[in-house]
Each structure stands twice: as structure tokens, then as C-alpha cells.
Design a protein around this ligand. Sequence first.
Ligand SMILES: [Zn+2]
Ligand SMILES: [Zn+2]
Length: 166
Amino acid sequence: MKFNLTDLLSNDRMNKKISTDVSINEFKFGGITYRTADLVHIDLEITNLGYKEIKVEGSVKGTLKIPCDRCMEEVDYKVETNFSKDIKFDDDNEEKVQYIDGYNLDLEKLALNELIIDLPMKVLCSDTCKGICNQCGTNLNKGTCNCDNSEIDPRLAVFKDLFKEF
Ligand SMILES: [Zn+2]
Ligand SMILES: [Zn+2]
């Protein structure tokens, strides 16, 4: 969704508020694909600061589905961030290139950037998650297996890392 800034840019000190939902189904970051549980809500206040500069302030709220670090089951992870950015229009600076297309503010890109900034290092489905059996791949929260996991064979530790890739 794009918000046209032409009107705002032609009136110094003009201010606009936007409250809307944007659709970001999934995105990739650091080799991992993240999916959203629902639409992402964005509240914005855009102010023309004059001298070809605007201030974009607001918040982004959404829920991501992130695989548990131990068992890979998807966990709902709520994101709520506040941000404030000044974007200059007089040159091709980084923020302008990232969020502005012509004289349109790209709300999806803005929301996506906030989701990425707020990504956790890792998520657990529960503090007591038992994870996946290193040998047979059974989700140990859901069942048991007959493997002897008392000692991890270094050759099998490779598989443990492989499971994390998926
Ligand atoms: Zn888990
Ligand atoms: Zn097993």
C-alpha cells in the first residue's frame, strides 16, 4: 500500500494521520522465512517539516509465526514497535531510497523494516520445551522415542544442526 505525499509536500507544516492494515504474508531475513499470523497494523503520523523533509512517526503491530528454537513448532510472536524517522527529499539518501517511490510512501516496506528490527534472536514455545531427539527427529514434547540420548555422538551433532536449518 502506497500513501501519496504530493499534497503533504506542497503544504509546509501539514500533518496527516493514517491508521491501516497492510498485508505482509512472509519475508526472508538472515536465511529464515518468517510468516505473519495476520495483517500488520500500522498507525502513522506524517508531518511536513519544510525544506523537503518529512517526519514519519508511528507504531507497527503484528504477530509473527516463528519456529521454536528447540522443536521447530511455530510460535506466535507479537511485535509492537514505535518509530520516528525524518526523510529528506533533496537527495537519494538511504531512507528515501528505502521507503519512497516517486512521491509515495511505501507502507509495506516501512512495516516490514520495523518487523525485522524487532526480530528476536530466538523463540521458545515454552521454557520447558524438550526439543527434538537428535537421533530420530521425534518432537519430544509430543512423544518419546527409544534412542539413547545420554551422550551426543559428535557425528550426530551434525544432524542436530541440520534440523535447525529446516
Ligand atoms: Zn519448542
Ligand atoms: Zn529418538
